[in-house]
Design a protein around this ligand. Structure first.
Ligand code: PRP
Ligand code: URA
Length: 209
């Protein structure tokens, strides 16, 4: 299984504060962005580069520039919390959106929206969703971007359950997963343990609404 868990004290520190139930939405959003930066740096390590001729004030050199045109696809709604830093660090990125919602009783995700950029063909696609629980939402999103012609697909999440990672591996063994934390298990309601609760609710302050 291709899963990379961030192995960095700063990521671990941010994740601890994100998990803490006393963390309020404003700080939760900030921590989400910071963790996404660390995930993006790790996930894009193997992006294609090309050499460009430039002149420094001292001499002419050939120097690397990013070449892979990226597509980012946040899964609504929680994945939106990860989009800002991706757009900031990769200003040429194209963005698509996939709306999926888990049924509260069955935990099965159903689709309510999809809008992908026309230029998906052979592009590297970053799927953004902070929680990988059963893997139902992620697998559905991966199937959607592949059907639209995506090339390499990378899954960026903040917390992953072993069950979700195994599900992606079973359905899409070519997809590499990047996560800040690989947790213990799912509970009976298919929430991640120890996890951090409902990500979307904590991001948008809708707990108990
Ligand atoms: C959460 C989360 C993932 C999904 C993960 O979304 O953001 O999309 O659950 O669970 P899975 O791996 O079992 O599919 P949710 O459906 O609660 O919607 P929301 O982001 O709109 O709150
Ligand atoms: N979605 C969440 O927001 N949290 C979980 O623990 C599982 C799915």
């Amino acid at each position: 299984m291709t899963i990379t868990v961030l192995n960095h004290p700063l990521a671990a520190h941010y994740l601890t504060h994100l998990r803490d139930k006393t963390t309020k939405p404003a700080n939760f959003r900030l921590l989400t962005k910071r963790l996404t930066v660390l995930l993006a740096i790790e996930a894009t390590r193997s992006l294609e580069i090309h050499l460009r001729e430039i002149e420094t004030p001292m001499e002419a050199i050939e120097s690397p520039i990013l070449w892979d045109p990226l597509v980012a696809v946040p899964i609504l709604r929680a994945g939106l919390g990860m989009l800002d830093p991706i757009v900031e660090f990769f200003p040429d990125v194209s963005v698509g959106y996939i709306g999926l919602e888990r049924d509260h009783e069955t935990a099965v995700a159903s689709s309510y929206y999809a809008k992908l950029p026309p230029q998906m063909h052979e592009r590297t696609v970053l799927i953004l969703d902070p929680m990988l629980a059963t893997g139902g939402s992620a697998c559905s999103a991966i199937a959607t971007v592949k059907a639209a012609g995506a090339g390499r697909v990378l899954m960026l999440c903040i917390v992953a359950a072993p069950e979700g990672a195994a599900q992606i591996h079973a359905q899409h063994p070519d997809v590499a997963i990047f996560t800040a934390g690989l947790d213990r298990e799912l509970n009976a309601a298919k929430y991640i343990l120890p996890g951090l609760g409902d990500f979307g609710d904590r991001l948008y302050g809708t707990e108990g609404v």
